[in-house]
Design a protein around this ligand. Sequence first.
Ligand code: GAL
Length: 344
Amino acid sequence: MVSEFGKTSKGESAKLYFMKNKNGMEIAVTDYGAALVKAAVSDKDKKMQDVVLGYDSAAAYEKGDVYFGASVGRVANRIGDASFELNGKTYELTANAGVNSLHGGRDYYNKRMWKAEKIEDRSVTFHLCSPKGDQGYPGNADISVTYELTDNNEIIIHYHAVSDADTLMNLTNHSYFNLSGHASGTVLKQEVMIAADSFTRADAESIPTGEIVPVEGTPMDFREYKTIGQDIEADYEALVFGMGYDHNWVLNGDGMRVVAGMRSKETGIAMEVVTDLPGMQFYTGNFLISEAGKEGAEYKKRHGVCFETQYFPDAVHKEHFEGPVVRAGEVYDTTTVYRFHTEA
Ligand code: GAL
């Protein structure tokens, strides 16, 4: 099913694409920003709960600056000093987070109309041509993001990109999850697990120092489920700098694997994050102040959390961090899955 999602300030008409599986789980995605707008999952009382934060119209997505549900690129997260060198040439980006570049820096991918292609009952592909020089990056890049809903209650997000020159590429999804329902308030009592033995230490500007720090004995240890609130106020450098959790975890293992989980005792709704990427930003909505959301909801600090699978932030400046250089003609292909189930 397709419905209108209003017009942008440029007069473009956005659409909302709905997909439903045999269990009644329903998601909606929009071509404006290739964003996930809705993910309704049945709770333990068989009531549908929309577990992602979002807005009611494309215009609200255009106004917002917290990246609800967004497809983020060309390089998600931060690049130190908003510049990088590639093949001996320096590229200047836009400094939009202090002196650093965050989530593309300018002309955000999540503030553009993507072209909906291959619209099927259970999947939609959004396509974006990102020309050479776009946001300061080299290479004409042909990018697509496919959302698919399966009968296993999985939202599969598949990223595919090719550039005609060497460039950087690090696409992510910036959905904020609240498994007690998008309008239910803080997530502090919900539990999270992150399958990571270490995280990348960052400075006060959230740029990795290059150190890989074991989580053992620190508030960053999520190897066993614990409530998000348990240690979030600890007097620990990373939490002070991030004003809560806002770091990159070094995910254990490689290939498609479960890297994180979250669950709400209140609704019984649980999710797992599966990805083939090496890192994940776990961000606890520390910068949400007051966002007027969908269906009259008001979202505040820590009303949702993001599991942003990625190459490590500032990897272009760290030789021992993998990625995010994509060579001319090379296929950038990664997949992240958000999988849901309900516990009694
Ligand atoms: C996260 C980032 C945060 C914040 C947020 C958007 O990915 O790590 O520091 O910028 O996006 O508000």
